[in-house]
Design a protein around this ligand. Structure first.
Ligand code: GDP
Length: 436
């Protein structure tokens, strides 16, 4: 419970072993006792006390640790509600921490990322953001703008000092400097998105090439963590697989698995459909047979995209070699595997790591944008910079330029949450789970 009356509610339902006035209980204290309802003991519990402002929300807070289990927890919750508490909205604790100024919006958003993290790298990015890495970066950029704003204001207030030229050249220098920083953040979204959403990967190939065998080989991998998610393409299921730290979002895994008999086997049309949506195409061929027209169609789909060609069934006598010009016409990324025997699968992972520079992501000293809201605002700030440049080059008066510069500041303020509307705040926190 959080809020100014939380200790009053607690007092009605908690009988500590050693009773003390709330004024005498220090923050960060744990007390032992019973939760009681009209004299009946509900459970034996530990209660942690947090006193404002030193709590997650900055308000008075208490946490009841019961033995758990659905019935007990629900009963204690009902008791709290019956005695004056209100049920928290999704993310309400974090929302209060934000509204009370303990964390900014970037940090609040990182809490969702931390909870939802599917790989260690993603978790690390979330933790960095919670620590304020990105907030600091945005803060520095804002400070740069504010330093110049001071001069602009002076120029506006004392027009007799004819400092326009100096000021506009100063503004231009500032715009160049912050644009470099914002562009770097904007570009980091490519990697950030991969960390968060996974590399959207389509496994394509004609029937019997070995798609479902490959899928099994990937999913069997000891360290693969699999999460089923609803696909964006209609009627498909996507599976998030974390293999050796490589986040793959496999498209239409259900389709590949369910296609058992010859008629149903996933063929060219379906391959084309799922490939459309992919960041990476893994095109698989039966190397024990000559390439057919269907194979050539698959090669055509893989062309001009980030793709890897797998020559499957190398345990059999091979009819197609890695140096085949029809393959090389599509990509140099050609690997011989045997999906059935798990041979070559590690080479596939190495190739993916190389293709997406996943080893290059250095989370210790790099700030990554993983959130589309944040990315859009950064892009908007870069547009504002260009608009300001246009005002300068068309010799607009300094007060018009000032409005343009303020716009950049405002958009940056929306990222950290100082300038953001209530609707947006509500939308962001609605993505949280209850009780966070
Ligand atoms: P899909 O239709 O593309 O999903 O292909 P499957 O994965 O169902 O494989 C088709 C057939 O090829 C099955 O009988 C597999 O056992 C066989 N197969 C798959 N991979 C290999 C391999 O590496 N070596 C051999 N010898 N057979 C394989």
């Amino acid at each position: 419970m959080s809020g100014k009356n939380c200790f009053k509610v607690l007092d009605k339902i908690f009988e500590p072993k050693r009773k003390q006035n709330i004024e005498d209980i220090k923050g960060y204290t744990i007390k032992y006792g019973n939760i009681v309802d009209e004299g009946n003991v509900i459970d034996e519990v530990l209660v942690s006390y947090f006193k404002e402002p030193k709590s997650y929300t900055t308000e008075n807070m208490c946490e009841i640790n019961s033995h758990g289990g659905n019935v007990i927890v629900k009963k204690i919750l009902d008791l709290c509600l019956k005695n004056g508490a209100e049920l928290a909205e999704p993310g309400e604790f974090t929302k209060r921490a934000f509204l009370n100024g303990r964390i900014d919006l970037l940090q609040a958003e990182s809490v969702i990322d931390i909870i939802n993290a599917k790989t260690e790298k993603e978790l690390k990015t979330g933790v960095n953001q919670l620590k304020g890495f990105l907030s600091n970066e945005i803060g520095k950029i804002k400070q740069e703008i504010m330093d110049v704003m001071v001069n602009i204001e002076v120029t506006i207030d004392y027009p007799e000092y004819d400092v326009d030229d100096v000021t506009t050249s100063q503004i231009s220098a500032m715009l160049d400097s912050i644009e470099v920083k914002l562009k770097k953040l904007e570009n980091s979204f490519d990697n950030g998105k991969i960390l968060k959403e996974g590399i959207k990967t389509a496994i394509i190939g004609k029937p019997n090439a070995g798609k479902s065998s490959l899928l099994n080989a990937i999913l069997k991998e000891d360290r693969a963590i699999v999460t089923e998610i609803e696909g964006t393409t209609r009627d498909t299921i996507e599976e998030f697989v974390n293999v050796n730290g490589i986040p793959l979002k496999l498209i239409d895994t259900a389709g590949i698995r369910e296609a058992k008999d010859e008629v149903e086997k996933i063929g060219i049309n379906k391959s084309r459909e799922i490939a459309n949506d992919a960041d990476l195409i893994i095109a698989i061929f039966d190397s024990s047979k000559e390439l057919t027209n269907e194979d050539e169609e698959i090669l055509e789909i893989a062309k001009n995209k980030k793709s890897i060609i797998l020559l499957n069934k190398v345990d059999l006598e091979s009819k197609v070699k890695e140096n085949d010009s029809r393959l090389l016409g599509v990509t140099d990324n050609i690997i011989s595997i045997s999906a059935l025997n798990n041979y070559g699968i590690d080479k596939l992972y190495e190739k993916i790591t190389d293709l997406f520079d996943l080893n290059e992501i250095n989370l210790d000293n790099e700030v990554l944008i993983t959130n589309i809201r944040q990315k859009n605002l950064i892009s908007k700030s870069i547009e504002d910079i260009n608009a300001t440049r246009n005002s300068i080059s068309s010799s607009m008066p300094i007060d018009i330029i000032a409005i343009s510069v303020k716009e950049i500041l405002e958009d940056l303020g929306k990222i950290t949450g100082e300038e953001v509307s209530e609707d947006i705040i509500n939308e962001i926190f609605s993505k949280f789970c209850l009780g966070k």
